[in-house]
Write a protein of this length. Structure first.
Length: 109
């Protein structure tokens, strides 16, 4: 295991508290994780981009497949995609959240 200094640990804890407070107390974006529908939408959108000729962000030889869906899943798994998730709530409010922010919050929980 990697040794972490007290200052680094406190910084990580403060960042996690800030993200959780924003997500849960203020309800800026809730749930503080990606839903299965959002994951499917992101992977599907990226697979369409790849099928239409977009450059993959991972090496297809490394993935072992030229299938755009498999490549999109691997890009998602590695956190390489720069998408914005738009969540619309029943009260008409909509929130735009960066995919990387949600993935970071999900990992910290």
């Amino acid at each position: 295991m990697e040794a972490v200094s007290t200052a680094e640990l406190l910084e990580k804890i403060e960042k996690m508290v800030e993200l959780l407070e924003r997500a849960l107390v203020k309800r800026d974006f809730y749930p503080p994780r990606l839903t299965k529908y959002e994951i499917a939408r992101v992977v599907g959108a990226r697979a369409i981009q790849l099928a239409m000729g977009a450059q993959p962000l991972v090496d297809p030889q490394e993935v072992g497949s030229m299938d755009p869906v498999i490549i999109a899943i691997e890009e998602f798994r590695r956190g390489l995609l720069d998408f914005i998730i738009v969540r619309e709530y029943p009260d008409g409010k909509s929130v735009r959240i960066r995919l990387k922010e949600l993935l970071e919050l999900e990992k910290s929980l």
